[in-house]
Design a protein around this ligand. Structure first.
Ligand SMILES: *Cc1c(COP(=O)(O)O)cnc(C)c1O
Length: 358
């Protein structure tokens, strides 16, 4: 078996142990004579998976019973709509911080639903960055303040979250559980699973339960956080297999420990940034204070060289290094499950490529 070094931004690399475990029990789940794919979502096999997934994520995030851990199909993009639908009360404004393409999408959706104030906008700046707390023009009495903890395309990440009076809501799709943080700063966090947590098409959502009470009776049941809380994400048939994989990933994270995972992530990112900063052939896309530990974005002296870089890396087994089509350049996505050896391979290749083409 040859596994590539998978630098894809999402769907992305998963822990090999998780894939192997899923493979080993695919046909006969724990002696039930059925695959978990074929089991009832109300049966005892799936129930154990679901219960453990909720408990593990609660533990990883260190959240009290004031919060609910939910699994909601539709990925992060559905949360762009669900958050404003549920949380903007009549006559209220929601503050949004625009730091790039993903935040921009969240703003666009929220504007369809309620009144939105863009509290800071550096979404189109190059070098890419997230705003400072001082820049924020927040609305008194705002329903919430929304930010994107890591801009996956721009490679810019919040290192410290702003203190806000209104509940903080965060799209953490590309850095969820890549580092420890205090959940009590947040009213709602959500993440499409396909970056750090599992398969695509589903989001991990964590909400302070009292906020779910805000939703109007006009919001359909399937789009209400309250429904998911009351039914423990089992109002309808959930994406059982995706939740099962997320449960295995949560076990893997608990085994490693979040502080250790974070340390490894910093080490991994640090090695690539050091290679970028070693000369002037490579140029980082994000300002230094905001450099992402998950998505490392950089440019080469020309687009032709970037194309050649991606092609040659691919031949060496390093896949997915092409930057997002909207911005070009190079992007190395190195989520939790990305192995250290892949970092060494990329750094060696970067040095070699510079020597030959610099
Ligand atoms: C990938 C991503 C999304 C979109 O996720 P989907 O699950 O495809 O809807 C949203 N926000 C951020 C920050 C992302 O990285």
């Amino acid at each position: 078996m040859t596994r590539m070094y998978n630098f894809n931004a999402g769907p992305a690399v998963l822990p090999l142990e998780v894939l192997q475990e899923a493979q080993a029990e695919l046909l006969d789940f724990k002696g039930s004579g059925m695959s978990i794919l074929e089991s009832s979502h109300r049966g005892k096999e799936y129930d154990a998976v679901h219960t453990e997934a909720v408990a593990n994520f609660k533990k990883l995030l260190n959240c009290s019973d004031d919060y609910a851990v939910l699994f909601i199909a539709g990925g992060a993009s559905l949360q762009f709509a669900m958050a404003p639908m549920n949380l903007i009360g009549a006559g209220q404004t929601a503050d949004y911080i625009n730091s790039g393409a993903w935040a921009g999408k969240a703003v666009k959706e929220a504007k369809l639903i309620g009144r939105v104030n863009v509290a800071a906008d550096c979404g189109k700046e190059i070098p890419t960055r997230v705003p400072s707390e001082r820049e924020l023009q927040l609305t008194p009495g705002a329903a919430y303040v929304h930010l994107t903890s890591n801009e996956t395309i721009a490679g810019a990440q919040w290192k410290n979250f702003p203190k806000t009076e209104a509940p903080l809501v965060a799209d953490m799709s590309s850095d969820m559980l890549s580092r420890p943080f205090d959940i009590n700063q947040f009213g709602l966090i959500y993440a499409g699973a396909q970056k750090n947590l599992g398969p695509s098409g589903i989001a991990l959502v964590v909400i302070r339960k009292d906020l779910a009470e805000r939703a109007s009776e006009k919001v359909p049941a399937i789009l209400k956080y309250k429904t998911f809380i009351e039914e423990n994400s089992l109002y309808n048939t959930p994406p059982c297999f995706s939740i099962y994989i997320m449960m295995l990933v949560s076990r893997w994270l608990l085994k490693a420990g979040l502080p250790a995972v974070y340390q490894r992530n910093i080490d991994k990112a640090g090695k690539i940034y050091a290679a970028i900063d070693a000369g002037c052939f490579y140029k980082g896309t994000a300002t230094r204070e905001c450099r992402s530990d998950m998505n490392i974005t950089f440019r080469l002296p020309s687009e032709a060289l970037e194309e050649q870089f991606v092609k040659e890396a691919s031949k060496l087994g390093m896949k997915g290094l092409k930057g997002h089509r909207s911005v070009g350049g190079i992007r190395a996505s190195i989520y939790n499950a990305f192995p250290m050896e892949g970092i060494a391979a990329l750094v060696a290749f970067m040095k070699d490529f510079e020597k030959k083409n610099g």
